[in-house]
Design a protein around this ligand. Sequence first.
Ligand SMILES: [Zn+2]
Length: 67
Amino acid sequence: METCKRCFRPLTPDEVAVTRKLINRGATEFFCADCLAAWFEVEPQVIWERIAYFKKTGCTLFQPENP
Ligand SMILES: [Zn+2]
């Protein structure tokens, strides 16, 4: 289980995927949605909207909603 580099919270697969997508596809250090939001100076809701968008557009970094 990956943990957030900043707050050490356990991460969901979506948070790991969105870190890869927003920061670096080859990332080995990951952030939770709240810390990503702080990094990008946006509301956490924006990060969750990005996750939903990437899933909807079939980004291969994300697990399908209904495997
Ligand atoms: Zn965090």
